[in-house]
Design a protein around this ligand. Sequence first.
Ligand code: OFO
Length: 171
Amino acid sequence: MAIKPALAEAINDQIRAEFQSAYLYLQMSAWFTEQNLPGFAHWMRTQWQEETLHAMKLYDFVHQRGGAIVLGGIDAPVGSYANPLSVFEKVREHELMITDRINALYERALTEKDLPLQIVLQWFINEQVEEESQVMEIIDRLKLIGSDGPSIYLFDRQLATRPAATAGEGA
Ligand code: OFO
């Protein structure tokens, strides 16, 4: 069954939000590289990849359902931060906003009785639970570490081991 144009429009707006997330994390990755924290930079670059996969998952879904893709504009992200903790606090705030958006879209899919969209969004709902928990874990660790240089160095090395985003993780 073809997707209703108004729902396709709402998904297009979520595609824009996913690309906005990707853009934000790429800027954060650059900031970490410039602070000589390559592990954090790698983590953020992987997050950029993941968000791009999220956008493309919705993009493909719209086409599979006979809808049209109309890409919206994305804003320039903030480029400088006080410290790694403030970066991850911003990530948390951003992801909570994304969770609200996904939940609202899901409620709309329920109202419109669009079952395939509900199923796709259930994947995103689970993904948000996972992302929020990962980010909270990093925030807790950074609070514990404070400004202890050697601990930041070790944590940076740990974040460098994050595997690349794969179809399973992001799509
Ligand atoms: Fe940050 O997760 Fe997409 O949806």
